[in-house]
Design a protein around this ligand. Structure first.
Ligand code: PMP
Length: 357
């Protein structure tokens, strides 16, 4: 069967034929392509046609698809067991590697997706501070947990409105959506309600709605505001973690979020994500503290085996300078060819279409 035939069949079995909406290719006016395998920089469709993959599963494959060392580690682990539902050494190793990248943080809890990581980070922040409100920013994406399927309400830095059917307004009533490129209203809001705000949640380098590298002062103002009012900063580094460098976007700005959420690269292409945070905050989590969180497959042996190999390899041979130079060169040339401005940050690039500044 070709892609079109697979898609037609999929539509009879899966809503919209896809397991994540962006894969429907609606924005590009196409039907989804069905892939059968991937290797290095290439994806191969079900007809064995090769494609150069600039998306790399939306970020996990920093070293390309199926690096040998990861494949070998997965084969070896599969022989030894795929899920124990119990503790094992590789989860401790991976936590150690994550903390090596983020040495200002002390503890890590492994989960299965970026959505779950952010959901847990927010719960921990609320449990630790005893406050309920969370500030997030317009245009940042933090996964699909109910509280963050929210858009800005009528005012700036006002209570959010639900952005998805099925998410009652009451569930987003403690989410505040502000503008990262105009912090004045947020400062006003903190002056009025600062004692109710548990955390500011942000992508330090917003990469889900275009690509924007905020000026250093913006990030510093966010941290200063949070510190002044006793709110935590949650750096959502699901994309930028181990991608902008060994300490992600936190390292890029030389800032220390209280909690960092990670995903994508740390699982080497398997479902794995993490919450890393300051020790006293993370110890709010069960079984030490009263903030509940759990997971049948959390810290899964296969996922931690892949993640450990990737992070070890990145620490041994950091690819960042090379990737950044190649990205600038490639994206620059492509931008010239297409006559559109291109933005880059590390190995990320984005075409600036339309009038967005
Ligand atoms: N946070 C950010 C910054 C993300 O980019 C994403 C997904 N791209 C998520 C959270 C959610 O991660 P996941 O898709 O693994 O649930």
């Amino acid at each position: 069967m070709n892609s079109s035939e697979w898609y037609k069949l999929a539509c009879t079995r899966i809503p919209g034929g896809v397991n994540s909406p962006v894969r429907a290719f609606k924005h590009v006016g196409m039907e989804p392509i069905y892939f059968s395998r991937a290797s290095g920089p290439y994806l191969y469709d079900v007809d064995q046609k090769p494609y150069v993959d600039f998306c790399l599963s939306f970020g996990p494959h920093l070293l390309g698809h199926s690096p040998h060392a990861v494949v070998r580690a997965l084969q070896a682990q599969a022989e030894m067991g795929t899920s124990f539902g119990a503790c094992h050494p590789k989860e401790v190793d991976l936590a150690g590697l994550i903390l090596k990248g983020y040495p200002f943080l002390n503890k890590v809890r492994l989960v299965n997706s970026g959505t779950e990581a952010v959901m847990t980070a927010v719960r921990v922040a609320r449990g630790f501070t005893g406050r309920n409100k969370i500030v997030a920013f317009n245009g940042c994406y933090h996964g699909h947990s109910d509280g963050f399927l929210a858009k800005a309400g009528s005012g700036v830095a006002e209570l959010a409105e639900s952005s998805s059917k099925g998410v009652p307004q009451s569930i987003v009533s403690d989410t505040i959506i502000a503008q990262l490129d105009d912090l004045s209203s947020l400062e006003f809001l903190f002056a009025r309600q600062g004692k109710e705000i548990a955390a500011i949640l942000l992508e330090l380098i917003p990469a889900n709605n275009g690509l924007w590298v905020p000026p250093r002062e913006t990030i510093e103002r966010v941290f200063a505001l949070a510190r002044k009012h006793g709110a935590l900063v949650i750096g959502d580094e699901v994309i930028t973690g181990f991608r902008m460098g060994l300490s992600g976007a936190s390292g890029y700005y030389d800032v220390r979020p209280d909690i960092v959420t990670l995903g994508k690269i740390i699982g080497g292409g398997l479902p794995l994500a993490a919450i890393a945070g300051r020790g006293e905050i993370m110890d709010s989590l069960a079984p030490v503290g009263g903030v509940y969180q759990a997971g049948t497959l959390s810290g899964n042996p296969l996922a931690t085996a892949a993640g450990t190999v990737i992070l070890e390899s990145i620490f041994e041979n950091p690819p960042y300078r090379d990737l950044e130079e190649r990205t600038k060169k490639f994206a620059g040339q492509l931008g010239e060819l297409l006559e559109v401005p291109v933005r880059t940050a590390g190995s990320m690039f984005w075409f600036q279409l339309g009038t967005q500044t």
